[in-house]
Write a protein that binds this ligand. Structure first.
Ligand SMILES: [Zn+2]
Ligand SMILES: [Zn+2]
Length: 248
């Protein structure tokens, strides 16, 4: 995988020059991300900068990618910004920035689902097939989009994306409420040796819910992975406490 990334980088180097999204503010966020391991910006003109660079790219979604924009909260930044940061982290082999970017994307997705197919197109054009970003976008599409209503949008999407989506759909398990359907689907998946990597009984859902956002992280050591799991668990406890407090 290391070698692959290396080759990818050589191939990608020439393409990076053509990335219109690599703006100064984006690069600043990237550099801060390397240092603080999260996406932050102290640029007072961040929204204007993003609008200048990404405004036109928001395409059919138009302006509403900027609704509720808060420079302090990266989960309110447009998808294209987050995807571009991930891509930059890929090109410059900065694992910490990729991790920070997917975490924010998951938050962004859970708060509002304004992701366009152009963003997916862009992500596929700028990542390698083993990319965790691709996997996240495929999971969002498969688990949280109404496939029937997006059928027309899928026309013209990259073949790699369409294959990834259909593979994930084919492996989805039906709701457990019907034991016989569930069991026969389960045995088919197991028999076909098509058990998805994120398969997690007894629930079938997007890995960021059934497991944790760490599923989309590339950690280089077991120790790092353990630290991350501890952090995620801590955050979950805090989140639950917060919810309980709000409730009562
Ligand atoms: Zn049934
Ligand atoms: Zn992790």
């Amino acid at each position: 995988m290391k070698t692959f990334r290396g080759q990818f980088w050589v191939e990608a180097r020439t393409r990076m020059m053509r990335l219109p999204e690599t703006s100064t503010s984006l690069f600043e966020i990237f550099v801060q991300g390397l240092y603080y391991k999260r996406l932050i910006s102290d640029n007072r003109e961040l929204e204007q900068d993003f609008r200048l660079k990404f405004g036109a790219l928001a395409s059919r979604e138009g302006d509403h990618q900027y609704k509720r924009f808060l420079a302090k909260s990266p989960e309110t930044w447009p998808w294209r910004v987050l995807v571009s940061l991930y891509v930059l982290g890929d090109y410059l082999d900065a694992q910490v920035v990729r991790i920070a970017a997917v975490d924010v994307m998951i938050l962004r997705h859970e708060k509002s689902d304004v992701m366009t197919f152009d963003d997916i197109d862009f992500a596929y054009a700028n990542t390698s097939p083993d990319s965790k970003l691709r996997e996240l976008l495929v999971h969002i599409t498969t688990y949280d989009f109404d496939i029937g209503s997006i059928a027309r949008d899928l026309i013209g999407m990259p073949n790699g994306f369409l294959v990834d989506v259909s593979m994930t759909l084919a492996r989805r398990l039906p709701n457990r409420q019907c034991q016989s359907c569930y069991q026969s689907a389960l045995s088919w998946v197991q028999h076909a040796d098509a058990v998805p990597a994120h398969f997690h009984e007894p629930q079938d859902g997007p890995p960021w819910q059934t497991l944790s956002s760490c599923y989309y992280h590339e950690h280089s050591t077991e120790e790092e992975k353990g630290d991350c799991a501890a952090r995620v668990a801590r955050e979950k406890v805090l989140e639950r406490r917060e919810q309980d407090r709000n409730r009562g």
